[in-house]
Design a protein around this ligand. Structure first.
Ligand code: SF4
Length: 358
């Protein structure tokens, strides 16, 4: 019998930041139908389960990254065929933002493959943020590690959200990344919170970690000083040329368990399917929605009309009776839009979402 005995929390029950590893492990070990029932119950106590947020991201600077994240095709040291680009001009970014708005987005996320922005980059990104904001869009960014001053400057420019992932469990971190420490991630998240921005923070599963380590990732996320507003749960996209190519694929049911546990631990966060979703069957995605996922990632596809993948998503929504999330308040958080651009930790390369924890 599981050590987790609590039935689903009633609406507006205070959020917990004191989950033990044993409690999280026990969630993973529940019989699959019981875990899904609990997660679905928590989901509907906090959200309309028929609504799914739709998110997109513009990669404003792709590839050439000095970090060594084992999953990432944008790391300069791996030969993945990704060409490094320079930072896009503000004009080009604003044009993409206009397109996103015309497609119905209310929020626009800009991602750059940097270890951290240089101080000289901040005014350029700040200009993008100001101009995107002037279009009437919410703004978000994922730029790598930030100092307190940089976070303050981005907030000052009007940045609403910042994405920065924990990647994996603290005890598995050094198996995947050697060019920074887990504590660096926590420090940046602290700077983002201190600057008054909302956080988007999750990780990647299927990188060879154990169930215990998946529990460790979720435990760390749920015990942050504030639950992230958005929690992207990525399924590794194996890219030829990266160290993690050829890794044994994660059991799809284990992925659903991870989604369900995230929903229970962080009841009022948006739990997002992002990188790796394109390779999932419709049935697996449906199970994820049942388990409490309520946000999906489109990459830059939203900016391309008539995209077959986008049409597949809309057809799936229709078959499942789901609809894009509308603007409404969720507790302290403002979520949603008709079609919505948001923070993700993925870059769209060659039309496919690639995980990036920048
Ligand atoms: S995940 Fe981000 S930080 Fe890591 S190598 Fe890729 S672009 Fe760089």
């Amino acid at each position: 019998m599981s050590a987790v005995s609590a039935s689903p929390a009633p609406r507006h029950e205070p959020l917990r930041n004191d989950w033990t590893r044993g409690e999280v492990r026990a969630l993973f070990e529940l019989p699959f139908p019981e875990l899904l029932h609990r997660a679905a119950s928590v989901h509907r106590e906090n959200f309309d389960p028929a609504e799914v947020q739709v998110s997109t991201l513009l990669s404003v600077k792709t590839g050439g990254c000095p970090e060594d994240c084992g999953y990432c095709p944008q790391a300069a040291r791996y030969h993945t065929g990704v060409d490094a680009t320079k930072l896009m001009s503000t004009e080009a970014v604003v044009e993409k933002a206009r397109q996103a708005k015309a497609a119905g987005a209310s929020r626009f996320c800009m991602g750059a493959a940097w270890r951290s922005p240089k101080d000289r980059d901040i005014p350029k990104v700040a200009a993008m943020i100001r101009e995107v904001k002037a279009l009437g869009l919410e703004t978000c960014a994922t730029l790598g590690m930030l100092s307190g001053e940089q976070a303050g400057a981005l907030r000052e420019a009007g940045l609403d959200y910042y994405n920065h992932n924990l990647d994996t469990a603290p005890e598995f971190y050094n198996e995947i990344i050697h060019t920074r420490e887990f504590q660096d991630r926590l420090d940046t998240l602290g700077h983002v919170r201190d600057a008054g921005m909302k956080t988007c923070c999750g990780g990647i599963v299927g990188m060879g970690e154990s169930r215990e380590q998946r529990a460790g990732l979720l435990q760390t996320l749920a015990n942050l000083p504030a639950h992230p507003d958005s929690v992207p749960i990525n399924r590794l996209v194996q890219v030829e040329g990266t160290p993690l190519a050829g890794t044994v694929e994660l059991d799809p049911f284990e992925f659903v368990r991870t989604i369900a546990a995230a929903r229970i631990l962080m009841p009022r966060s948006m739990v997002r399917l992002s990188a790796g979703r394109e390779a999932m069957s419709d049935e697996l995605q449906a199970l994820c929605f049942l388990a409490g996922a309520n946000s999906i990632f489109y990459g830059e596809k939203l900016l391309t009309t008539g995209n077959p993948d986008t049409e597949r998503d809309m057809a799936l929504f229709q078959r499942l009776g789901l609809r894009p999330m509308q603007i409404h308040e969720q507790g302290d958080n403002t979520h949603g839009s008709t079609v919505h651009a948001d923070i993700v930790e993925a870059h769209a390369i060659d039309g496919q979402a690639r995980p990036c924890a920048a």
